[in-house]
Design a protein. Structure first.
Length: 196
């Protein structure tokens, strides 16, 4: 079964995109950089992302996007515009996509939902022996690993046992509340939890 998970950390100046295969091997890692502004910038990011993704469209592709940091103080409106543009692109392209909160990504990678960028890099190196210069690519890699773990459980390739307990908890929450994570976090989240 050929499947890939696309991890995305979209930003206004730099966007990290990492694609891993079902064996968690990196197929593609990219840092999209743009200097344009306004609507042109949104189009440039969308077009660059489309170019990266197009070769993988024949495969079973699922896209995992880092959600909004709701406590952010700067450029919130512009980031929301970019988030809307990319969600629209994914919807019109008929791609399955998930929106994962930054705290869930941090928890999956580090064991804490309040990890710094440097701690994310440190844990990524210790856990998976991967080093990235860019915070954005590092986050996208963590997202792609989380995404492929979700896909493997859904496809029955394997379960949770190979994961740390805190990683299992993140996956169980995502899988139990799929409508929430698949709907830009707008659906109602269940208060029930999967048994650990």
């Amino acid at each position: 079964m050929d499947m890939v998970a696309v991890g995305c950390d979209f930003g206004l100046v730099k966007s990290g995109i990492v694609i891993v295969n079902q064996d968690f091997e990196i197929e593609s890692q990219n840092l999209i950089r743009v200097k344009s502004k306004g609507a042109e910038r949104l189009c440039d990011i969308e077009n660059a992302f489309n170019s990266i993704l197009t070769p993988y469209r024949p495969l079973d592709v699922e896209v995992f996007v880092e959600g909004y940091a709701y406590g952010a103080k700067y450029q919130r409106e512009s980031l929301a515009e970019l988030g809307g543009v990319m969600r629209r692109y994914l919807h019109l392209a008929n791609l399955h996509f998930w929106i994962i909160p930054p705290t869930s990504l941090k928890l999956f990678v580090t064991g804490t939902g309040k990890a710094s960028k440097n701690y994310m890099k440190k844990c990524t190196k210790e856990k998976w022996d991967k080093v990235f210069k860019s915070d954005d690519v590092c986050d996208a890699y963590g997202m792609s690993r989380l995404g492929m773990s979700v896909m493997r459980v859904l496809k029955g390739v394997d379960g949770y046992k190979h994961l740390e307990q805190y990683q299992q908890n993140v996956l169980k929450d995502i899988l139990y509340n799929q409508e929430f994570y698949r709907n830009s976090n707008t659906a109602k989240r269940s208060k029930k939890r999967i048994k650990k």
